[in-house]
Write a protein that binds this ligand. Structure first.
Ligand SMILES: [Zn+2]
Length: 383
């Protein structure tokens, strides 16, 4: 453990990332409380007004704000502190150790996205002295993101804690490239019910596995009948899991499979579900497990232009207009804030997320602190 007093006087993004990675916030179960408590005390010491929002036992999100008393809305920087599980493969390093070698810091959550959270916190604290008479900053650090934005959804039920924001930066892994949105996700659990019988007399039963398989085969040919989005491309559909039956010598009366649909902004999730239900027929029922809309910012929005301008000299190249493949808490937070322009930008590498031996590049972490600082300064007219 690093002494808190030492950290607040010379807060270092690598040290803070290591500290956050050392706290096991694998979701499920999450246990984000310790992480949020720690960040809360750092931010409070730096002058931020901090509120914790508990959404389940031992699980919290944190909202910290500074400034916001002048004209204009604050800028929201958001990230999540939970991580995915370690996976079945063995790690060649300690997943909670934050080991450093060869410009890399290793551990679960370094890329997705405790590194991004650490960089946001460091940038905000570095500017804390200057924020008081500006539109200011609101940091929204959530739990429960990996299982479907649970912490962010809970925060939306307490809008007085979430407050308002005029722009949103999501620190998910993009290798510090600014992405102006992402697809939505509609995850459906499909269930077919049959009638069980002895395996030697299948004519007396109704085989749920056959029904499910006929439906799965149809999913592959499902067409969205919609032109692709200029930046995001076409929507997609995939069956990611199938399960059915109990033993070889029974007619299964239950089978189910999961459908992962990634949508573009012109699509309506309820409509997709209705079309798919009609297409698959009445032998399967569909229930959503995750239903989050995509996010897309207007590429010609003035703030988006400003962000691209301030980060160009830091990156040393002109960023391209692009979007992320995964979904983020912005699906939930941006609509709650009235759909302000939103950017996904973080130090992690998207290809490293959820992987064994996950790491984040040290250079990228330092660079992201500079980028977040530049973005906040521009928003607050401190540059
Ligand atoms: Zn993430």
């Amino acid at each position: 453990m690093v002494a808190k007093n030492h950290m607040s006087t010379s807060l270092d993004v690598i040290e803070l990332t290591r500290h956050l990675v050392a706290m096991d916030t694998i979701n499920p179960p999450g246990n984000e409380q310790q992480c949020c408590d720690y960040l809360a005390s750092l931010l409070e010491d730096a002058g931020f007004e901090v509120e914790l929002s508990e959404f389940a036992a031992g699980r919290s999100s944190l909202v910290a704000r500074l400034g916001g008393r002048g004209e204009g809305l604050p800028i929201c920087l958001t990230g999540h502190v939970d991580t995915v599980p370690l996976g079945t493969e063995g790690w060649s390093c300690d997943p909670f150790g934050g080991e450093i070698s060869d410009n890399k810091i290793f551990g679960r959550g370094t890329t997705d996205m405790k590194g991004g959270v650490a960089a946001m916190v460091v940038a905000a604290i570095r500017l804390a002295q200057d924020l008081s008479n500006t539109p200011g900053v609101v940091l929204v650090l959530t739990g429960g993101e990996e299982t479907g934005c649970d912490g962010a959804k809970a925060l939306c039920e307490t809008p007085e804690i979430l407050g308002r924001a005029g722009a949103v930066v999501v620190g998910e892994p993009t290798s510090n490239q600014p992405l102006i949105g992402h697809k939505g996700a509609l995850w459906l659990n499909a269930v077919s019910q049959g009638v069980t019988a002895h395996g030697s007399t299948p004519e007396l039963g109704v085989n749920a596995v056959y029904e499910a398989c006929r439906a799965v085969a149809k999913v592959e040919d499902f067409g969205f009948n919609i032109p692709p989005h200029d930046i995001m491309g076409a929507p997609s559909i995939n069956v990611g899991r199938i399960q059915g039956g109990i033993n070889i010598n029974s007619v299964p009366d239950h089978a189910e499979f999961d459908i992962d649909i990634r949508t573009i902004p012109s699509q309506d999730h309820r409509e997709i579900r209705t079309h798919l239900e009609a297409y698959l027929g009445d032998k399967v029922t569909l229930e959503p497990s995750v239903d989050v809309d995509g996010v897309i910012s207007d590429a010609s929005d003035p703030w988006i232009g400003e962000v691209f301008d301030v980060i160009e000299p830091i990156l040393g190249l002109k960023p391209e207009i692009a979007t992320a493949k995964y979904f983020t808490d912005a699906s939930v937070l941006s609509p709650q804030y009235g759909n302000p322009p939103t950017i996904v930008l973080g130090p992690g590498d998207a290809d490293m997320a959820h992987k064994t031996d996950e790491y984040c590049e040290i250079d990228k972490l330092h660079q992201s602190v500079n980028i977040y600082e530049a973005i906040i300064k521009r928003w607050c007219r401190l540059d």
